[in-house]
Ligand binder design. Structure first.
Ligand code: MOS
Length: 738
């Protein structure tokens, strides 16, 4: 990898043509002969016991092959890993109903339509118990969830002699406090979840859009009672995941179990509505942030308490304070208290910037409220509280340029022209305001492998079992291969999205490039060493007998004094098709001595209609400090996508959970509002591009999630600046501004 300072690599997606021409095969597109179709039967109550299921009409319906229910169950075993199985139980193994829209049966038929129609004929009787489905209603019974990322849910750092956070707040010259709420949300990936399961003997091939073929293999093998070597997961293209395609949900488990019983491949495609309950969500959050500061803006106390919804079936809940206030600013006193409200609702799971998304709305809005109270510019307030040491761990950041994000962002946006007075700018019918907020997301890196195959035809295959969920990983893998071997990108054949490729835990925690990149570099080094070994030991080689130390590698050629041969010519001369090597890389000892975080700053302008209250984002500048950027073009897309995600959080998105029934009232893309093109103004993205070489040799931290963090606060702060109205409940819809 060349010196990464001021990297300017910007290449098109290598899979772009395949995608826009419809050639990219998503799980449900995979042609599998004689496939039967499954359709899930969902519970219509949120809590209770299934008394009876009359499947006789369904079984007699045209084309139906089988109807499986808890009374005619498919055998699945517990895997005991709630991160791999989306919830704490396996589907159809008993008659308990844990939430509205739970899988309680599956109909298998010759066609999708036959399965769907027959599923509607199943008659289910329940012993119903009243569900708990309201976050406010459950707060009195909120509980301590136990450790969060290895730290207590109630976590406190107090300066010496300070008795409590409340004492620190009481002694503060200025305080602000705000309660910030947001509804449950859904990932709503463009590609609905699906799975196609095909057994050949005792070998299962599962086509299933996943962020982790590796974790899916483990979960499927455990649940089906087979060895991991008997399961192959194929997922070359994933139409969006946002965290919801990390866990394994009911549909691949049921497809594989039914296929095994029926001796036929089975495909299950979830309807859009089914994705809202069969797969995960983001917890609803009710958080209170209290800040104490000196008159000059120095923070002395941060108190961040949060309630997040959790499902009685388990899942991964939102941890707002632990992911933001935990370390984002310097403060002598920091107090976090995370609690969960356990409800009869579908399980939450990780969703793009899990924790930071909600936490930044609370913290970054509270900071805006503090800036106003102090009469200090919001950028200046953040600069004054810039942290250099990770609180409680006493380690510095490996590479932190958040202050530069503020300065560059303010400059690009024209922040200094701002009149700080709320409601000071009117343009015709529109009140115009500007706002800003910080972004943060941990720099994660996992051990990973990559395999390189140097071929006689002059191409090089680079493979690793990671995933491309629209993130650009196909392209990044090609760029990494190209740079590691000094070859043009069109000679690199990347491969990913299959469990049998070089070991890689997959694409989540914004860690795919950071984990895979060093593995590719290691594989390239190993492949070059192997090429040299072959070249000097093979009798037909023009380099035969040359001391290894005298042979170098230069852009695809082996070089020795007076001699130079390209690898294709070499392999050709030796009659070899391929020379291959695998490289492994993971975090080193320096990872214990530093904190790794990606940072950013958003500056945005909002226009609110004076008469209708309609809020519109009119422009936004986002500056990101994520280390070296491997490919500008796909990286920019990641940040733009994160910003759009944040527009949804700020202005549009929310599941409407009926408290009495536990039913989601808007499980479709007509009623669950998402940003569309008309909601998205030009997004000005700038990367600082400072390589974080303590993090990895390439210095690239993650970019998949950081871009969404803080967007909702920036927009809300701009809405306040435009209107003088502080909306602390998301989404900020026009009714709240009238
Ligand atoms: Mo991410 S929410 O870890 O896919």
């Amino acid at each position: 990898m060349p010196d990464s300072v001021n990297r300017t690599v910007s290449v098109n997606r290598v899979d772009g043509r395949l995608k826009v021409t419809g050639g990219a095969r998503y799980a449900a597109d995979q042609p599998v002969a004689a496939v039967a179709h499954g359709y899930l039967v969902l519970s219509t109550v949120a809590r209770g016991t299934i008394r009876s299921m009359d499947v006789s009409a369904a079984e007699r319906a045209p084309g139906v092959l089988a109807v499986f229910t808890p009374f005619r169950a498919l055998e699945l075993r517990g895997s005991g890993n709630p991160f791999s199985v989306g919830h704490s139980w396996l589907p159809l193994q008993n008659t308990e109903v844990h939430y509205h829209g739970q899988a309680i049966g599956v109909v298998i038929a010759e066609t999708f339509e036959q399965a769907r129609d027959a599923a509607a004929l199943v008659r289910t009787g329940y012993d119903v118990r009243p569900p708990a489905a309201s976050l406010p209603g459950g707060i009195p019974d909120a509980t301590d969830p136990g450790p969060i990322m290895g730290e207590p849910a109630k976590l406190e750092f107090l300066a010496e002699g300070v008795e409590s956070i409340d004492a620190a707040l009481a002694a503060s010259e200025v305080t602000v406090t705000g309660r910030y709420t947001q509804p449950m949300k859904h990932h709503t990936a463009m590609e609905p979840h699906s799975a196609v399961a095909q057994w050949q003997g005792d070998q299962l091939t599962l086509y299933c859009g996943t962020q982790s073929a590796t974790l899916t293999v483990g979960t499927m093998a455990a649940a089906l009672g087979v060895a991991p070597t008997q399961v192959r997961v194929v997922s070359p293209h994933v139409g969006g995941g946002f965290g919801n395609k990390v866990a394994t949900w009911a549909h691949p488990l049921l497809a594989a179990a039914a296929a095994r019983v029926l001796g036929r491949p089975v495909k299950i495609v979830l309807s859009r509505e089914q994705t809202f309950t069969i797969t995960g969500n983001r917890s609803a959050v009710d958080q209170t942030v209290t800040l104490g500061a000196r008159r000059d803006g120095t923070l002395v106390a941060i108190k961040h308490g949060a309630y997040a919804t959790q499902s009685a079936s388990g899942g991964i809940f939102e941890s707002p304070g632990h992911t933001t206030s935990r370390y984002l600013y310097r403060s002598e006193n920091i107090h976090l208290d995370q609690r969960i409200v356990t409800l009869d609702i579908p399980p939450p799971t990780v969703m793009r910037a899990p924790g930071q998304e909600s936490g930044s709305f609370g913290l970054e809005t509270a900071l805006d409220e503090l800036a106003i109270k102090l009469g200090v510019d919001p950028v200046e307030l953040r600069l004054r509280n810039n942290a250099t040491i990770f609180p409680g761990r006493n380690v510095p950041w490996s590479s932190k340029h958040l202050d530069e994000c503020y300065r560059v962002g303010a400059e690009r946006f024209g922040w200094h022209r701002r009149n700080p007075a709320p409601r000071s700018t009117v343009d015709g019918d529109w009140l115009v305001g500007t706002g800003m907020a910080s972004a943060n997301y941990p720099g994660e890196r996992f051990a990973a492998s990559a395999r390189i195959r140097v071929r006689a035809d002059g191409t090089v295959s680079v493979d690793s079992a990671t995933a491309d969920l629209g993130t650009g990983m196909w392209t990044v893998l090609a760029v990494l291969g190209s740079e590691s071997l000094g070859l043009p990108i069109d000679r690199i054949r990347p491969d990913l999205g299959e469990s049998t490729l070089a070991a890689n835990v997959g694409a989540f925690a914004s860690a795919a490039t950071a984990s895979t990149g060093p593995a590719v570099a290691a594989a390239a080094e190993a492949a070059i060493a192997e090429l040299i070994r072959v070249a000097v030991t093979h009798q037909d080689s023009p380099l035969y007998g040359v001391p290894t130390g005298d042979v170098g590698y230069d852009h695809g050629q082996l070089v020795a004094p007076g001699r130079r041969i390209g690898f294709a010519a070499l392999l050709d001369a030796l009659g070899l098709d391929v020379v291959e090597a695998t490289g492994n890389a993971g975090p080193g000892p320096e990872h214990g001595r530093y904190a790794f975080t990606s940072f950013g700053a958003h500056f945005c302008e909002v226009r609110v209609n004076r008469w209708t209250g309609e809020p519109r984002l009119s422009r936004i500048t986002t500056v990101i400090d994520a280390g070296a950027i491997i490919n500008q073009k796909t990286a920019r897309s990641q940040i733009v996508g994160g910003v759009i995600f944040g527009i949804g959080q700020a202005l549009l998105e929310g599941a409407h959970l009926e408290p009495a029934t536990g039913r989601i009232a808007n499980p479709n893309l007509a009623d669950y509002l998402l940003p569309v093109n008309a909601d998205v103004p030009p997004v000005d993205v700038h990367f600082l591009n400072h390589p974080d070489t303590l993090f990895s040799p390439q210095g690239a931290r993650g970019i998949g999630e950081v871009g969404t963090v803080g967007v909702a606060a920036a927009i809300g702060n701009a809405v306040h600046h435009a209107t003088g109205r502080r909306i602390r409940d998301l989404p900020i819809t026009l009714d709240k501004l009238l």
